[in-house]
Design a protein around this ligand. Structure first.
Ligand code: H2B
Length: 100
């Protein structure tokens, strides 16, 4: 089964490659800092399209050039492979937009 709650060990293992991410409040967490609001919003737009396609949505908080993201899967009450995949995508989307 692909969609299930990952164990703490699975998450720690995944974080070996997601070096900018931490596990906080039971969620995959990262704050992205961009050049300005335009670049932050470009990033958020890319994430939004991916989220709709996957039917898997971020919890996030934006102020000007910063986007704090927390990923969790409500349906399994924890982190799933969908969150790991989304985190990797977000890193790629961030690299396309100009980060600080
Ligand atoms: C009804 C709809 O399919 C669900 O609410 C989807 C939408 N997006 C979601 N996003 C996230 N992060 N977790 C979910 O469990 C989830 N469920």
């Amino acid at each position: 089964m692909t969609h299930q709650k990952l164990t703490q060990k699975d998450i720690v293992d995944a974080l070996q490659t997601l070096t900018e991410w931490t596990f906080e409040e039971e969620k995959l967490t990262r704050t992205f800092v961009f050049k300005d609001f335009q670049h932050a919003f470009g990033f958020m737009s890319m994430c939004a399209l991916y989220a709709e396609k996957q039917d898997h949505h971020p919890e996030w908080f934006n102020v000007y050039n910063k986007v704090k993201v927390q990923l969790t899967s409500h349906d399994v009450s924890g982190v799933s492979q969908k969150d790991i995949d989304f985190a990797k995508k977000m890193d790629a989307f961030a690299a396309i937009n100009q980060m600080n």
